[in-house]
Design a protein around this ligand. Structure first.
Ligand SMILES: [Zn+2]
Length: 170
């Protein structure tokens, strides 16, 4: 067997393992509903698309966490989301956990979900791991392309000033 072929097989198996991991995350989404016993606390952060979020956002176990800073006050927001600004995120984690009580699936986003969204999602995950607090949070997601991508795809947005947003119609 040539070296080239060995390399190809090792690349192929890595590729296959990588893609099966992705489909596990996608397969996990529809089963995320409240009251499920025996599931482990969240251990990693995964991405979801705006169409996946649209299909789950009205479930009672899902909370959308907007970590943009001042933009939230002059820009629109995803209907039903709550605001927890990234600049003071770490100190507000205990309050956030209270605010999302009863939700087992959290979806983080900022404007583009490139820096603030994923970093706050990881801060929460690390906090939960370090404190071993059983907050009942099983899934931590980051919304791909953030609020800007959501709005650009014509998904429902809201302009109210409530936090959390109580608009559950959109
Ligand atoms: Zn609103």
């Amino acid at each position: 067997m040539s070296v080239g072929r060995d390399l190809y097989i090792s690349w192929l198996s890595r590729f296959l393992i990588g893609s099966s991991r992705l489909s596990t995350t996608a397969a996990l989404l529809p089963s995320a509903h409240p009251g499920e016993k025996g599931e482990m606390a969240a251990r990693s952060v995964s991405y979801i698309t705006s169409s996946e979020l649209l299909s789950i956002k009205r479930r009672p176990n899902v909370a959308i966490v907007d970590v943009r800073d001042d933009e939230r006050s002059y820009d629109a927001h995803i209907a039903g989301s709550l605001h927890c600004a990234s600049d003071t995120f770490y100190e507000k984690i205990p309050k956030l956990i209270q605010d999302v009580k009863g939700k087992d699936t959290l979806v983080f986003h900022c404007a583009l979900s490139q820096v603030r969204g994923p970093s706050c999602a990881r801060k929460l995950l690390n906090y939960l791991v370090e404190t071993k607090e059983d907050a009942g949070i099983k899934n931590i997601f980051v919304l791909e392309r953030g609020f800007n991508g959501w709005e650009a795809s014509g998904r429902p947005v809201c302009h109210c000033t409530d936090n959390p947003c109580k608009n559950d119609k959109a």
